[in-house]
Design a binder for this molecule. Structure first.
Ligand SMILES: Cc1cc2nc3c(=O)[nH]c(=O)nc-3n(C[C@H](O)[C@H](O)[C@H](O)COP(=O)(O)O)c2cc1C
Length: 223
């Protein structure tokens, strides 16, 4: 068992996003060793210990992928959607990244949730008015949205008015929880109106490398 081994998260390149490598060591784990994501380490900097936060912003794109990923699975899923769509890409970045250590991340996430004190972001969010479709990607934490996405929607939700929202997520095998309802609630509370939702894409975090066909079908449905 290699849980907590930081070095393999440094070396395992599983894909590319906007010209930068994606590392997600859990993709090699079978379900029994992955244990529903329990114990999954990260690079300690929310996928960015060796990368700059992903940011691909063009003048003409009509869709954008906005995602958060701690240990790389959601980032890999975002990269697959990017390949099929030519969408712009914006990674959600928190000021104080989550620990590479799973148990420390869990403890922090539990305390943030109990106090509803979500992490401060450290990113410039562009004017989103050019986009008709927003692909929103996140890992499931405690059967709901992971906190950086909660904070992003709270801070910038009003900019998602009148858009098609396409939620995608990775999870430990327990499904999407109430995450899509949470997105709807937060957007509403921020005054976003007329947004429409597509079916969500839900992929096990250790199987994103086997999800190409599902991504393909989902993207066609969203478009
Ligand atoms: C703090 C925390 C809480 C989690 N809670 C759940 C959960 O409730 N249900 C679930 O299926 N997976 C859960 N997971 C597993 C993650 O959803 C899964 O590993 C996901 O693929 C991680 O995505 P990422 O690599 O993009 O960060 C949790 C992971 C963490 C770090």
């Amino acid at each position: 068992m290699k849980f907590g081994n930081q070095s393999d998260s440094q070396t395992q390149v599983v894909g590319m996003i906007a010209g930068q490598p994606i590392r997600a060591n859990q993709l090699t784990r079978s379900d029994s060793t992955w244990q529903n994501g329990y114990g999954t380490p990260s690079d300690g900097n929310d996928t960015n210990s060796q990368n700059k936060p992903t940011r691909k912003l063009t003048k003409d794109a009509k869709s954008i992928i906005i995602y958060f990923s701690r240990s790389g699975s959601t980032e890999l899923l975002a990269s697959k959607i990017a390949k099929q769509t030519d969408a712009d890409i914006l990674e959600i970045v928190v000021k104080n990244p989550y620990s590479g250590n799973y148990k420390k991340t869990l403890a922090r996430a539990n305390s943030e949730r109990e106090s509803a004190n979500y992490p401060e972001l450290d990113m410039n969010v562009p004017d989103l008015s050019q986009y008709k479709t927003v692909y929103l990607g996140y890992p499931i934490w405690a059967m709901t949205l992971s906190h950086p996405m909660t904070e992003f929607l709270t801070d910038y939700g009003s900019r998602l008015s009148n858009k098609k929202i396409a939620p995608f997520m990775t999870e430990g095998g327990y499904g999407q929880g109430d995450s899509v309802d949470r997105i709807k609630q937060i957007l509403k509370s921020q005054g976003a109106t007329n947004d429409t939702f597509t079916k969500a894409l839900v992929v096990d975090g250790n199987k994103v490398n086997k999800a190409d066909e599902r991504v393909d079908h989902w993207v066609k449905d969203v478009k």
